[in-house]
Design a protein around this ligand. Structure first.
Ligand code: C5P
Length: 226
């Protein structure tokens, strides 16, 4: 297995959560979302260290039980998610591949991570994703349907996303230079004309975005622990 560095962007302020506290610090079963995410990642047998990217003004991480763990390095993040990911990657050393996982996805399954890591054998990166189930509509600004989008081959992009370090750094840098906003790593690789594989993951790997997602995440974590 190639050497892997894990980067967890956790520098967001979670505007959509309508909460005073950034969503990665909200509690699930008495522990923060971020702790659940980090503990789940470090329990994977191929993960030995995690670079956690924090908001420069973060005052909460140091209060967590895991703050002093020797498997964690903290890195100051940037204005956009891609800036934070870039900062995290630049802090890593001796890694051939980078696995990026959102702090706000605490329900990721270890088997799905294992399936994603297998991509390194073919030297092509990829992402966890789930096929779209609903009928998809494109609307206009007045919320009127303009088109029904065929859902065949449509996927929900998730994290982790897993790419060769040099390829990902080059892609993110090029997007930054060209002023192209990307909301995930795959988009940056796509912009460069690179190939990105889709590895089917679980629908339970939700990103906590809205308040109701917390109860759902608690349900999925309960299921995993049974
Ligand atoms: O805002 P969104 O839900 O897309 O954020 C996804 C992840 O990226 C979250 O874990 C968030 O903390 C992180 N993020 C970051 N730096 C930013 C914005 C978001 O690390 N500037």
């Amino acid at each position: 297995m190639s050497s892997i560095a894990v980067v967890v962007p956790a520098a967001g302020i979670g505007k959509r959560m309508q909460s005073e506290i950034p969503k990665q610090y909200l509690k699930l079963h008495g522990q923060t979302v971020l702790e659940h995410t980090l503990n789940q990642l470090i329990s994977h047998s191929n993960i030995a260290h995690i670079y956690v990217v924090l908001h420069p003004d973060d005052m909460l991480f140091s209060t967590l039980d895991i703050a002093d763990a020797d498997w964690i390095t903290t890195v100051p993040g940037g204005d956009e998610r891609s800036d934070s990911v870039m900062a995290g990657i630049l802090a890593t050393n001796h890694a051939d591949w980078i696995l990026v996982h959102d702090a706000a996805r605490p329900c990721v399954k270890l088997d799905d991570i294992t399936n994603l890591l297998k991509l390194s054998k073919d030297n092509t990166g990829g992402i966890l994703a789930a096929p779209v189930r609903d009928t998809m509509k494109r609307g206009d600004s007045q919320h009127v349907i303009k088109q029904t989008v065929c859902r065949e081959n449509l996927w929900h992009a998730q994290t982790p996303q897993f790419f060769p370090k040099q390829q990902l750094l080059t892609a993110l840098h090029s997007c930054q230079q060209a002023g192209i906003a990307v909301t995930d790593e795959a988009s940056a690789i796509e912009q460069m004309g690179g190939t990105v594989k889709l590895v089917e993951g679980c629908y339970s790997n939700i990103k906590i975005t809205h308040p109701e997602d917390l109860a759902l995440a608690e349900f999925y974590i309960n299921q995993q622990n049974r």
